[in-house]
Design a protein around this ligand. Structure first.
Ligand code: PMP
Length: 353
């Protein structure tokens, strides 16, 4: 007896990072922010009128979109919200690509793009990163495809591309759509969001999970011209009219409006990123310069798996992938100074004792 549709057969789903409940780890494996969300969001949570939950939420999250539009310097019609940026990325695959409209992205990047391409039967052209982990945009521009996914900063390397170069790339491929996945952009400050008005083929995707410390509430958004946003909205309305619940809309709107808190926590993470990278370099690691809230660190004669396993024994969780190139590295989220010190002490122990 066969109960399953063709999509289930042979599909390789995305593997999310561990969220262990067995013991308390210094958790540096899924690029969460080590600081709590804005006090304004906690106030909204406490004051939330539970009785109002009997109503459906605003299907297009109007107040939240207005708050995002103001913060990003775009119009309300240029914003669409979803249940995490993963869902927004899913909608982009549904809206812009199909069996005859393929995509291009680097061989080392956010692995969900390949999963979505597989799910939708979208052909993929993968372009290798250069040896220094930078993206080869010139080679990518030559790919046969209908669009591009450019994680900026890239994951899991942390390498960033200035906004002007992304805009120039979009201008050089006017027949294609360029999706800039800016999940980690607030730790870099080179967003293309404001450039979308001048580039009709450029779509920016961002999230509340990282710089806003709201990974648990699930909200992400797209910014682009009204035609692109309209296409995403029609895909959303084929799937789920209310992907962003009422509590989420209220909490995220409060987070976006508290810029001072956001910018302060981002600055704290960025300062620690520099200190942690210097310390890892001093321990003999190779670490590309990161513009994100994580570092990609590898060390000769120690596999990523060994470092990951030994760190886990010491109560420190980092991310490791058993894939070519990646298996020589671990991806380490930048934590608080105390968490980073614990990581560094554990590495010292693993490497030298
Ligand atoms: N893009 C990139 C590059 C990411 O690393 C992540 C986090 N796994 C996401 C998008 C999705 O983030 P979220 O769904 O939490 O918004």
């Amino acid at each position: 007896m066969e109960y399953f549709g063709r999509r289930v057969r042979g599909i390789v789903p995305y593997t999310a990072g561990e969220q262990p409940r067995d013991r308390r780890y210094v958790k540096l494996n899924t690029n969460e922010n080590p600081y709590p969300p804005s006090p304004a969001t906690l106030q909204v949570l406490r004051a939330f009128d539970g009785a109002a939950l009997r109503y459906y939420p605003a299907p297009d999250a109007d107040d939240l979109c207005a708050a995002i539009a103001e913060a990003e310097g775009v119009g309300r019609e240029n914003v669409l919200c979803g249940n995490g940026s993963d869902e927004v990325l899913f909608l982009t695959f549904a809206a812009f690509f199909d069996e005859s409209r393929g995509v291009c992205f680097p061989d080392i990047t956010y692995s969900f793009y390949e999963v979505y391409a597989g799910f939708f039967g979208v052909p993929v052209a993968m372009v290798p990163l250069r040896a220094d982990f930078t993206m080869d945009l010139a080679a990518m521009a030559k790919a046969e495809c209908a669009g591009y996914y450019i994680a900026n900063p890239n994951a899991p390397t942390g390498v960033g591309i200035p906004a002007e170069r992304i805009a120039a790339f979009a201008a050089s491929v006017p027949e294609c759509i360029v999706i800039a996945d800016e999940a980690y952009m607030d730790f870099y400050g080179q967003s293309c969001a404001r450039l979308t008005s001048a580039h009709p083929n450029l779509l920016v995707v961002k999230t509340f999970s990282k710089s806003y410390s709201l990974a648990g509430i699930r909200c992400g958004y797209a910014i682009g011209n009204a035609a692109l946003i309209g296409a995403l909205r029609s895909m959303k309305d084929c799937m789920n009219s209310y992907p962003v619940d009422a509590l989420c809309q209220a909490v995220c709107a409060a987070a976006v409006r508290d810029r001072a808190y956001h910018d302060e926590t981002v600055a704290r993470v960025v300062a620690e990123r520099g200190r942690l990278r210097d310390a890892l370099l001093a321990l003999g690691f190779t670490v590309p310069e990161s513009k994100a809230n994580f570092l990609f660190a590898g060390r000769a004669a120690k596999s990523g798996k060994e470092i990951y396993t030994r760190l886990k024994e010491e109560g420190v969780l980092v991310r490791f992938w058993d894939k070519p190139v990646l298996r020589d590295f671990c991806r380490i989220t930048v934590g608080t100074p105390e968490q980073n010190n614990k990581l560094l002490a554990s590495l010292q122990h693993i490497l030298f004792l």
